[in-house]
Each structure stands twice: as structure tokens, then as C-alpha cells.
Design a binder for this molecule. Structure first.
Ligand code: SAM
Ligand code: SF4
Length: 460
């Protein structure tokens, strides 16, 4: 350890990046790096980046412009500021980042951030340190366990990456190129990490993977273990009362996972199950390997297993060749499913992906107009779902203080944000809350004192 220094990590993109940023902070902690409150105070600033859409990547370069000014100011004040780029832009662009933004001292891909202490040390000696390998060693096995105090400071919910990479090769998506092929962590490593989280007061864990339900890790007996069996194992850990997972591919929703939604009380009734589009012609061009009817049948099976499950999805509008009829098929699928929440995007051509070279790129104005129509429908569905919970008494995990004194913020089983008046000591408790009203994206409630309805519609 070489004296106390500080690191500021700014995270872009998905939950997997949020998890990775915490692990990068954990990797640097034994070297004496503590979290800085703002980039201007930090000795090391790392941007943990996202490459999924063009806008996400471009944001990184404008932020690097701002950081260059801070770095120059630090140098005038006699301080050394080291600037790093991590994550999927780092993986995709590697050394080119330094050519475009010479202020960058280090570049590290998502598979090698366990080597961050060495890269930072080299950068601070004046080298440009670049590592965007796909190494053979297991990154997770080499990362230090998070410090218990840090885990407590991060709150009562946590992410836990169980699977990385993707072999699906949807024709629009960069993930198979930036995150590599599918790998799953062994069950024992995941259980050990989850036990440490629970022991530090975490009540809810969300298992993460680019394609999480393709999880197939080595079980303690050496045999293959799927996500359903992993969830059952994690539910045995004392104190871990809630489990979630994201993001899933429809092709990998197997019977064991659907059965877990039926039988495992700790598995929350919320499922993010992207479909992307409703037209079979487009689904084939996207290489999704399922049709709209396959998806609808799957939704039926899941709802038969867990009737109150809240579904969310991802949608892309304006994929190359999308006609008004194709788009109408997406609207029709949305109308049939009824989503509780959703994420929808304009198609963004990503260099190196097959769809970027397809004919029939859709004009920007048509994409914007379709996105607005889709989002209006999805917003109506979200409002309807939320309205269906008003008047119910539901179990809420209280997560943190709210904006107003005396107010706490928590989550319902269906991932709705709930505001409720309760004492600060109640953070970390799961309490019965009667939902009294709703805002655009949140619910308001009051402590009920008694038992909660465990399922929508009140069937406990
Ligand atoms: N693995 C997940 C799945 O199978 O759907 C999704 C992972 S991806 C990080 C999150 C979402 O970004 C995708 O579901 C898709 O809707 C969107 N996305 C990916 N590539 C995109 C692109 N080129 N343009 C617009 N949206 C994109
Ligand atoms: Fe990308 Fe998801 Fe398709 Fe994999 S399954 S290629 S992560 S959209």
C-alpha cells in the first residue's frame, strides 16, 4: 500500500457496468485508493463506458474533453491526475481512444480490470497502459473480495454478475464482440459472494449476465447447473430474501427457470424478457431465433406458472428494412402482452455488426415518429399496471432515505419504486405498505402494520 489516494469512477450503460465499477473500486482499494466525491478531487478518474448505441459511445468523448481541462488544472496545481477508459468502448476501440483523446493514460477492457492496479501504477509512471485482451485466467478469481464496510455503504440491494458474454449474435448487437463468448462463474464462487453480501446486510440480489438465463456454471459436484437451480441454492442463504435476474433471452427460458418462478418465494415476480420486434420477418433479419408466436407462447407459460408476474422488455424501432406493417406488428405484440415497464430504442448502426451493412436503413424522422408511438403505448401500459396496485397492501423492501425528511424509498416485488413515511432505522426491512397513490413512475404508500398481499390480486 502506497499512501491514500482517491479514485472516481463514472459509469455508463447497463447494470453489468455498475457491478464492474464497484469491482474496479474493490481492485484498487488494497492499493490505497479510496472513492473520491467528484472527478476534480481524484488522483485517478475512470470512465466505465458503454458501446451499445452510437450516442452512448460519443458521450465518452465529450466527457474526456471535460476531463482534459480538469487534468490540466490539476497539473497547474502540482497534482497528477490519471485518466482511464474502461468497459465496452475500451474493448472495441483499444488504442484508437488514445489517438483520438491523448489525455487518456490507460485503457482497460471488461475482461482485464483485475489487472487495474498494475495498469494504474504504469500509467502513473508516465506509460500509456493499454489492456483489452480476452485473457484465459478467471478475472473474478483474481479480484479481491469487496471490503465489508464498502458493501454496507453500497446499501441493502446488490448486483452479482454470474454470467458474461453472449453467443447469440443478434445482427444489430456489439455485445458478442465487446464482451466475448458466453462464460458462467462456478456455483461455489457465486454462493460465496452472495453469502458475503448477505452477511453485510444485503437483502436483495440481482443476478446479472448479458444473457443471464444461458447461465450454465459448474456445480459443487462438478455437474452443470442452470439458472433455476442456482436461484434455489441462493435462496437458502439466510438473510437473502429477494432474488432477481437480468437480462434474459427468450430462447433460454427453460422449464426449470419457469418452475422457479412458480415455486421459489424469494424469486420476485418480475421478468425482463426482451423481444425487440413483433414482425417475424424482422426477427429473422435480427437473428433472434424466435418468432412473435414463440414469444407469446412463452409468455403464456410463464404467466401460467406465476400469474402476477410483471413483464418488461426491450424494443428496437427502425431496424433496417422495417416497414409500417412491421412496426404495426410490434405494436400488436405489445398490446397483446401488456408490459409493466419497458426500454425502447431507435436502431443505431454499430460498425462491425451485420445489420450495419443491410440495405433499407430507416430515415431518422421515421424512427423518431415510431419510437414516440411505441413509447406512448408502453407508458399507458405502465400506468395501467401501476394503477392495478393502488389499494393493495404489498411487501416493500425499504432501500434508502427519500428526498423529504422522514420519507424512505423502497421497491415492491414488481420493481416499482414506492415512497413511504418510515424511520431511517427501517432501511433494510421488508414491510407491508398500503399503496395509496401513484405518480408517473412511482407509487406512494403508508405503513400498514399487518401482513402484505404476496401476489397481485391478493392471493397469498
Ligand atoms: N441480452 C439482451 C437481449 O437478449 O435482449 C440485451 C442486451 S443489450 C445490452 C440491451 C438492449 O439494447 C437490447 O435488448 C436491445 O434492445 C438494445 N440494443 C442493442 N443493440 C442495439 C442497437 N444497435 N441499436 C439500438 N438498440 C440496441
Ligand atoms: Fe446482444 Fe442480447 Fe442478442 Fe446477445 S442476445 S447479441 S446481448 S441483444
Amino acid at each position: 500500500m502506497s499512501g491514500v489516494r482517491s479514485v472516481y469512477i463514472k459509469t455508463y450503460g447497463c447494470q453489468m457496468n455498475v457491478y464492474d465499477s464497484d469491482r474496479m473500486a474493490d481492485a484498487l482499494a488494497p492499493e490505497g485508493y479510496r472513492p473520491a466525491a467528484a472527478p476534480e478531487d481524484a488522483d485517478v478518474v475512470i470512465l466505465n463506458t458503454c458501446h451499445i448505441r452510437e450516442k452512448a459511445s460519443e458521450k465518452v468523448y465529450s466527457e474526456l474533453g471535460r476531463l482534459r481541462v480538469l487534468k490540466e488544472q490539476a497539473a497547474r496545481d502540482g497534482r497528477q491526475m490519471t485518466i482511464g477508459v474502461a468497459g465496452c468502448v475500451a474493448q472495441a476501440e483499444g488504442r484508437e481512444i488514445v489517438a483520438r483523446a491523448p489525455t487518456v493514460d490507460l485503457v482497460v477492457g471488461p475482461q482485464t480490470y483485475h489487472r487495474l492496479p498494475d495498469l494504474v501504477a504504469r500509467a502513473r509512471r508516465g506509460e500509456t497502459a493499454i489492456d483489452a485482451d480476452f485473457p484465459t485466467e478467471d478475472k473474478f478469481a483474481r479480484l479481491p473480495a469487496p471490503d465489508r464496510r464498502q458493501t454496507i455503504a453500497r446499501g441493502v440491494t446488490a448486483f452479482l454478475t454470474v454470467q458474461e458474454g453472449c453467443d447469440k449474435f443478434c445482427s444489430f448487437c456489439v455485445v458478442p464482440y465487446t464482451r466475448g463468448s458466453e462464460t458462467s462463474r462456478p456455483v461455489a464462487a457465486i454462493v460465496a459472494e452472495a453469502e458475503r453480501l448477505a452477511e453485510a446486510g444485503v437483502r436483495e440480489v440481482t443476478l446479472l449476465g448479458q444473457n443471464v438465463n444461458a447461465y450454465h456454471g459448474a456445480g459443487p459436484d462438478g455437474r452443470d447447473c442452470g439458472l433455476g437451480a442456482l436461484l434455489f441454492r441462493l435462496a437458502e442463504i439466510p438473510g437473502l430474501d429477494r432474488l432477481r435476474y437480468t437480462t434474459s433471452h427468450p430462447r433460454d427460458m427453460d422449464d426449470a427457470l419457469i418452475a422457479a418462478h412458480r415455486d421459489l418465494g424469494a424469486l420476485m415476480p418480475y421478468l425482463h424478457l426482451p423481444v425487440q420486434a413483433g414482425s417475424d420477418r424482422l426477427l429473422a433479419a435480427m437473428n433472434r431465433r424466435h418468432t412473435a408466436a414463440d414469444y407469446l407462447r412463452l409468455v403464456d407459460r410463464i404467466r401460467t406458472a406465476r400469474p402476477d408476474i410483471a413483464l418488461s422488455g426491450d424494443f428496437i424501432v427502425g431496424f433496417p428494412g422495417e416497414t409500417e406493417d412491421d412496426f404495426a406488428a410490434t405494436l400488436a405484440l405489445v398490446a397483446e402482452v401488456g408490459y409493466a415497464a419497458a426500454y425502447s430504442f431507435k436502431y443505431s448502426a454499430r460498425p462491425g455488426t451485420p445489420a450495419a451493412d443491410l440495405a433499407g436503413q430507416v430515415p431518422e424522422a421515421a424512427k423518431s415518429e415510431r419510437l414516440a408511438r411505441l413509447q406512448a403505448l408502453l407508458a399507458d401500459q405502465q400506468r395501467a399496471f401501476n394503477a392495478g396496485t393502488v389499494g393493495l397492501t404489498v411487501p416493500v423492501l425499504l432501500e434508502k432515505a427519500g428526498r423529504r425528511a422522514g420519507q424512505l424509498v423502497g421497491r415492491s416485488p414488481w420493481l416499482q419504486t414506492v415512497h413511504v413515511d418510515a424511520p431511517l432505522e427501517a432501511v433494510g426491512s421488508i414491510v407491508a405498505v398500503t399503496v395509496t397513490g401513484m405518480g408517473t413512475n412511482t407509487l406512494a404508500g403508508r405503513l400498514a402494520g399487518g401482513a402484505a398481499d404476496q401476489r397481485l390480486g391478493g392471493a397469498a
